[in-house]
Write a protein that binds this ligand. Sequence first.
Ligand SMILES: [Fe+2]
Ligand SMILES: [Fe+2]
Ligand SMILES: [Fe+2]
Ligand SMILES: [Fe+2]
Length: 409
Amino acid sequence: MEINLFQVLSTIALAIETSAPELNGHHKRTAFIANELAAELKLVPKYREDVFISALLHDIGGLVKKDYLIAIDDQEPYSHAHATYGAAIFKMVPLLADKASIILHHHRKWGYGQGEYQNDERIPFASHIIYLADRIDIQYLKLQKSGHESPAERCIELIKEEVETRFHPLVLEAFLRLANKTYFWLALSRPLPLNLLRMYSPIADKTINLDELMDFGLLLNTIIDMHCNFTCRHSLHVGIVARFLAEKCHYSEVECKKIELAGYLHDIGKLAIPMSLLHKEGKLDDADIAILKSHSYHTFELLSSIDAITDIARWAALHHEKPNGYGYPFSLAGDEIGQECRIISIADVFVALTENRPYRTAMPAKRVSEILHQEAENNSLDSKLVNLLLEHRQEVMNITNNMDLMHSY
Ligand SMILES: [Fe+2]
Ligand SMILES: [Fe+2]
Ligand SMILES: [Fe+2]
Ligand SMILES: [Fe+2]
């Protein structure tokens, strides 16, 4: 199975921005600018790849620590928490780990050469490229929004003023050469088509395999669970329980992995739901409920942009559909909901009942089986799968408990 890396990373970039709409398109544009700078600087292909990948995800730490506005204004001394979290996130994924220090320093000012080293560690040149790319985007956007009559010229002036203090002189020189080219400003002045960015990116046709995608899946499930932190390991557990059921249903190893991944990602759309609503105490009104329910559609939208996994996108996104037709968001019924989707649904309900929630503790086994049987009777859940799960309830609980023990060290 070959999955296009650009599509995976741009989907993650989109997920970052879903939870911070003020950044709409910022990662695409920063990656475009950084890529152009890297080409202008004639960097070797591997380094251009590193610059591009890092730029495309550079504010990923904002998913954990929302100091975005500080990042946009960039006024505080060098202590951007989102850069620190971003570097930690990069270290979790083997494909990204070697780029963690680029992310850590992406707000590092040049400071007349002081920014070349920190203690004895050399700051990656790529960090200086991304820093300038990021500032160009933020500055140009501000000027455009304020209705400035010549935003490109003003942007060049403002950036030039900060050579040596903020920006690496070599990177700035490359920018000044780039700034003479009309296409550069045309590309920045309108929504940047994803296909265009992909076509010119150094990773346009690079692919990863299912195991490498799983590494990203595990990273995303941690981020999703942090976003909805009362259900601390919800996505992780749903993935594990779904895999368990898939094995019992005799799926092949590849299919089991794909179902597991769908479990990890089923609530990725919750990144689009404000934390304040996810954690709201007291009664929710109809509007709140409608927003909360939209998360599975967001899951569908986000994951559907990766061509090779449209099946996983569907299994993940249909986790609130019900065989009796009363689910959402597509109101599917009966055979329209495949067994893989039913597995994710049951795993989701089972995990929700057996985990502590802010408004109640985990339910006792007897109550869990009563509820699941009731749901099966109402045709809200697949009765065969409910029986299968309850038959192995203790085994499943042991697996998820062991997983928690492993994660607590
Ligand atoms: Fe940043
Ligand atoms: Fe940024
Ligand atoms: Fe959900
Ligand atoms: Fe869920």
